[in-house]
Design a protein around this ligand. Sequence first.
Ligand SMILES: Cc1ncc(C[n+]2csc(CCOP(=O)(O)OP(=O)(O)O)c2C)c(N)n1
Ligand SMILES: [Mg+2]
Length: 830
Amino acid sequence: MADLVSPAGAAGPAGIAGTGNAGTGNAGTGNAGTAGGAVAAGTAVTGSTAVDLDVLEEIQRRVLWLAVRMVDAANHERTTGDGVKVGGHQASSASLVTAMTALWFAHLSADDRVSVKPHASPAFHAIQYLLGNLDRQYLTRLRARGGLQAYPSRTKDPDDVDFSTGSVGLGAVAPLFAAVARRYVDAHFGDRPRSRFIALLGDAELDEGNVWEAVFDPVTEGLGNVMWVVDFNRQSLDRVVPGVRIEHWKGQFEAAGWHVAEVKYGRRLQATFAEPAGDALRAWINDMPNEHYQSLFGLAGQELRERFLDGAPAGVDQAIAGVPDTELAALVTDLGGHDLASMLAAYAACDEERDRPSVVFAYTVKGWGLPIAGNPRNHSALLLPKQIDEMRSGLGLTGQSEWDRFDASTAAGILCNQRREALRREPRSPALPITVPPSTGTPGSRPVSTQETFGRSLVSLSRDENLAPYLVMSAPDVATSTNLAGFINRVGVFAPAQRRSWRDDPVLRWAEGPKGQHIELGISEMNLFLLLGQLGLAWDLSGQPLLPVGTVYDPFVCRGLDAFIYSAYSGSRFLIAGTPSGITLAPEGGAHQSTITPSIGLELPNVTFLEPAYAQAVDWLVCDALGRIAAGPAETTTAVPAENGAYYLRLTTRPLDQAPFAAARARIGEALLRRQVLAGAYRLVDASALAAEGAPQIHLAASGAVLPEVLTAAAELAEEGVAAHVVDVTSLDRLHTAWQRTLRNGIRTATTPSIPGAVRAAFPDPAPLVTVHDAASHAMAWLGSALGVPCVPLGVDQFGQSGSVPELYDLNDLLPGSIVNAALAALSLG
Ligand SMILES: Cc1ncc(C[n+]2csc(CCOP(=O)(O)OP(=O)(O)O)c2C)c(N)n1
Ligand SMILES: [Mg+2]
């Protein structure tokens, strides 16, 4: 089994790792598997508590049963009528039951937080049920509407999920970033009770690049409260993982400064290794290729013996000569990840590591304890009804008792009750006791870009002593190029300990210390969104609400997109500025010009997309977003849809003349204009006077940097006798949400939907529409449908290239002349 090979003589840290002879020697487990020890259970000492391994064993068998049966019931006892298989993962759950039983029933305390690999969600819910934290009705509602989610979900599961998982690799690193957030919270707000941040991950999750981006970022260094447990079953979805990868992975963790432990052999194998010819046996198993080892599963008797000895050197046969055929399978597949005492010992050893993260490679069997154990095609395999019946009766359960919890008077029942009480948590609030002002008062009248205004607003907010303590900023090596230097100069850069500054740079003071409020990351947009996600959940996971703000080059939102989605799905709240954006970033060319990001912002649930053009609008929107995050979750009412998620600002570096905005403010009045900007759109130019003279009307709607061209086009149209109203769309998303709400309402109540107020206020006249956007033309095109008018959408539907703004706008029909022609086309369609 190649992946079981450790370097000869490499006694692992704290005696857990090694070549199979380290085993559980440090477990303090009495007879539980020390070299030469008997294969008997005993007690394991975890921290200060002694746990009866027999009771844990009984519990883990029941966890396995419930997890398996839950999937079975979902697939065989529910009629969905849709022809789509329900699915579920019995083998992946089985692989982790030992690690999970050891954690929840003997290791965790109430302050700890755990991420469970997606495909072990049935085991997680089984544990919550046995603890008494989940109602019985849910056991038959896995993957059902309103039931248990297929993969652990913070926002959708009825029990207390700490970290959502599903997209492999993301849930794995989430606790690492939660620990980063905790380190920040402790440094700024005083130490919280210590939490251990634990991830249970599948071994194939280590193939995901984001795992290594997180492990290698200096921001995650030295986190002694982190432990990862790798479910090392050597299988992924499709196959037995080829090659010898364990040394590679261990080396990578060690290079990043992690403590690496292995839990490799079970007690039976260890005992046999200590007998005559045991060394040959160990060497043979160590050297056996994964594929050969995995092929042993499912075999028995003579067939198994022959397969096991196929190619073995002399001596190995003697090592197992005394093992009866009936016991051989249990012996050769006896891995440490299914040994409760060994797992507890590994956890305890990791606890000793206070200044570096730990990873435990737990050697496991995918499908452990099931007839599908170790089968390379077992990922989605389901036990047959007959096999379920056998498993049920093997556990002494009946059709009547199969879903029962342990009787409260039994040792297992008593432990379940004790653990429920020990793990009980107090509810926490995401709200901050602060008021965010409606505006920072910064915006002036000179031409300025939205990116620059954003930086200035943050500097102003950092002077507000009520809210400044809660502001925390992060960027993946683009802080200075996204205008955060001023903020950094004021608040400093976060580092766990004070660092000496080697340069005295008056323009950028990179002062690093525990009170800094900017968390600098290496270039990993995945890390950015994962960190923002965890900072936004610090109210729950660290008992301290924060106001997290991040910046990223807008095109690279796509690079971090899955982590962005992950954080939004987890219910996290933060503000992210994508800047600069679009072909307005003209000289930078196609590799740096974003075109599809507005659609992402618009379409992502739990994310509100904002794209202002003028400084005052940027400032209002930033203050409003932070105010909403600080206030905590809001109720959705019929009038106001609640925004209980993140905010995404799309900004640019193009300086815009602020005079048109000032004119609109003078016309509309500040209070009403602010309301309209926040609602998603306002009329920047009102051509009603011309319309009153009988001129045909048109709406020119635009977001962001292209507004100067639109204003010029409107003026040209006026000269040609067309009344062109210009609408600055500050949040396409809020307009879209309002539109969808009224539409859906109409559909559900079979009534004619009305045009929502926010849309109607900005587009009061029934005129044809031209939309203009430095982004894919389709993102705004729906406005035509919303208004029920002909619409000509202009935008960028090809990759960009280097040039000047006018050159690139010309190439994409965004210059005033094209906008005028588009308006005439729209009029002709009307
Ligand atoms: C990002 C992503 N890609 C693909 C999948 C589909 N998928 C689900 S589980 C899995 C294999 C996981 O193997 P491993 O992590 O070793 O877990 P095991 O089931 O063996 O415990 C794959 C490819 C996914 N969930 N997420
Ligand atoms: Mg695996």
